[in-house]
Design a protein around this ligand. Structure first.
Ligand code: ZN
Ligand code: ZN
Length: 251
């Protein structure tokens, strides 16, 4: 009995020290939960009842209103958040980077993130950027990247260059697909924080799903399945990915 109380107090202590640490925006240390997928259960289950999402965008690279609506609908369908999901949008000036490295993206987050997680509220940080990822070149591009347990970046300039034209998906469709795909990584998909309940992990391509109709197929992130997005279809999670989320506290 005493041991249980000690364990609980320790857990509470860690939860509060994490909170006070995250409240200090001047703190440059790596957040304690910076391993991708580590926050999946807290996002999925109702144990932490609310979710605050901060979306920053570089001037001129704002996601469409419909993309925000689509993201909220996607998350509402899968996360147990009886306290609600709130989204705040904010414009930030361009840091004038040529192409972005992960380190440059982390620096922007450190300078601009104001949301933090607590026992009652989970947080997520999303940034829409005005240039390509450092490793994007030719038709080998990265459209989004989840780089910590609670944050991801969308390469909005790259998305704009591949959408809205003849024979291309609409900006909202591509933006929504990539944004929801990256959030799927924060939810622990595939087999990275949220354990698999069936054999659908495409290990050769990282934390992705073997089903090429699934939102978590690797091609969403690299834009190699743009043809599938014509007609405004945003891929959904397949039943295998949904079952994984349900087994880890989601709905
Ligand atoms: Zn991915
Ligand atoms: Zn899947």
């Amino acid at each position: 009995m005493n041991n249980k109380i000690t364990t609980l107090l320790l857990l509470l202590f860690f939860a509060f020290s994490f909170q006070s640490c995250k409240d200090d925006n001047k703190d440059n240390t790596t957040p304690p939960t910076s391993i991708l997928g580590d926050a999946s259960k807290a996002y999925l289950s109702g144990a932490v009842p609310s979710l605050d999402i901060q979306i920053d965008y570089i001037t001129g690279f704002k996601p469409t209103n419909q993309t925000i609506v689509n993201l909220k609908n996607f998350l509402s369908a899968r996360l147990n958040k009886p306290g609600g999901i709130s989204v705040s949008l904010r414009e930030i000036p361009s840091p004038q980077n040529s192409k972005y490295t992960i380190e440059q993206i982390r620096t922007l987050e450190t300078q601009n993130r104001t949301v933090s997680s607590s026992l009652s509220t989970m947080s997520a940080y999303v940034i829409y950027l005005d240039n390509d990822y450092i490793e994007s070149q030719g038709n080998q591009v990265v459209l989004g990247i989840a780089y910590s347990s609670t944050s991801f970046a969308i390469f909005e300039k790259t998305i704009k260059s591949l959408s809205g034209g003849l024979g291309e998906p609409s900006e909202t469709t591509l933006e929504s697909a990539v944004t929801q795909h990256e959030f799927g990584h924060l939810l622990g998909l595939v087999n990275t924080g949220t354990p698999i309940t069936s054999n659908h992990h495409d290990e050769a391509n990282g934390a992705h799903c073997t089903n090429n109709d699934c939102l978590m197929h690797y091609s969403i992130q690299t834009g190699t399945s743009l043809g599938n997005l014509l007609g405004g279809n945003i891929p959904d999670l397949d039943i295998d990915c949904i079952r994984d989320l349900q087994a880890n506290g989601g709905k």
